[in-house]
Design a protein around this ligand. Sequence first.
Ligand code: NOJ
Length: 554
Amino acid sequence: MQAPELPPWWARTTVYQIYPRSFLDTNGDGIGDLPGIVRKLDWLRDLGVETLWICPFYGSPQQDLGYDVSDYDAVAPEYGTRDDVRRLLDEAHARGMRVVADMVLNHTSNEHPWFRESRSSRTNPKRNWYLWRPGRKPGGKAPPNNWRSLVGPRGWHWDERTQEWYWASFLPFQPDLDYRNPEVQEAMLGVVRRWFAFGFDGLRLDIFHAIFKDERFEDNPFSTRLLPSEDDPDGFLQSYRRTLHHPETIAFARTLRRVANEFQDPPRFLVGEVFGQPSALRRYCEGGDGLHSVFLFKAMRAPFTAAGFRDLVLEFEREMPAPLVPTWVFGNHDRSRRGERLGYHPEREKLSAAVQLTARGIPFVYYGEEIGMRDLDVPLATAKDPLARMYRFLPDIVARKLHAAGILLNRDACRTPMQWSSAPNAAFTDPGAAPWLPVHPAAETVNVEAEERDPASILHCYKRLLRLRKDRPALHAGALTLYPEHALPPEVLAYRRTFGDDVVDVLLHFDDATRRVRIPGDRCVALASTYPAPLPIREDEAVLRPYEALVLGR
Ligand code: NOJ
């Protein structure tokens, strides 16, 4: 059979997310930096990840740890210099890896010179770069409408000097730009072009679904939902219909794609942070002329059962059919770590990794996920995260209860320093330095050095599966077909991946028993397991150990 054409690099890749502040500190200030990432490039290549996504490193007052940009062309001094970015790109590219930058288009910092100008007077030429509105009621002291921000309280903020309100989708110090102003589009597309020209292979787009809001500023309708979730942004008793997923945002995805297409060799990649049901999110990618992909956060919430993941795979296949490409995300710098949800059970974490690396889609691995890092319990009062500080009036017990229910108010919990070894400060920074966030006490045993020595570790499981995925076109580029439920026990999910002549079957065992199963297809050589070595296959039967995933071929 003639081999089909391979899809573009981004559709086949594996992504590793780095929060630069927490990865490796090379100058002893307790804050991770870009030279730290460069120093670990060999380690990352040997781990087997192909693309790095670096959270924002731009000039910023760091009130939201870099998601509040005050200079898009500068590098925050604690992270390094533009030369360090140059070195990171050159060295990663020399190792055959790609690098994706994080781009915050929706808002700037309130310390950005554009906003300083904008708020200086109602007649300033930059006034209409942001969303300013008069208030209601005499004196304008009531906000223009009922819109809430993404984090709960209203998103309008009163400016005493100019006696108007400005809009911020996230926190008050992150005013939204007005993309209906062509000057704003031109300026921000210029930023995008400059970083592409500098050599970034792609961009992760921060809260992309918020870029355009209703131009008539009509109230948002009432909703019965109390809290938003990964797959439904409505909450705080409000439907976000007028503030999220505006048709002009979808159109703007196409504008961005045209800009990305100006750069080739390699083609550049755009992945959007958008919240909602996969059926709503596919609009950002449909037609092949919008974003290349979007995060599908729903996997974070799926019940950890064969049926739960079967439904999810079916839904992702239905809503993101090829050539669209789903994504597999189990954690990031805003959410509880995956292990927290799986009860810090290494076999369950490995099984989850197996789904992430063998189902059709782009896997996004959050730093530390590959060693089973844990959430840290940090009191709200001492939080570095501005979201936690906003909610610091809540007793910690409430924050803990919400955390247990999967709602993370204090994102410090999942941003603690990378655990490289059991040395002081987990070898993240100098032994005598004060890391910007405490090192998790579990670093004593949960660390890279210890897991490198243990073939049964989560780390080795990642290495095996990443290597296999890279070697087998069926895994990095193939179609996916689910085996029918009746062919398997209810605790087992199985699918086939096919690319031309390359065929691989995957069995995923969501149970802590050991069970004998009839192999559903005709593949009878075990290529890899989440355990260090697969058990021998006898005839057409395999023995699946607790939470084992088996990849079968010929
Ligand atoms: C989403 C980012 O992931 C989060 O960390 C940030 O605080 C908000 N967007 C605001 O930029």
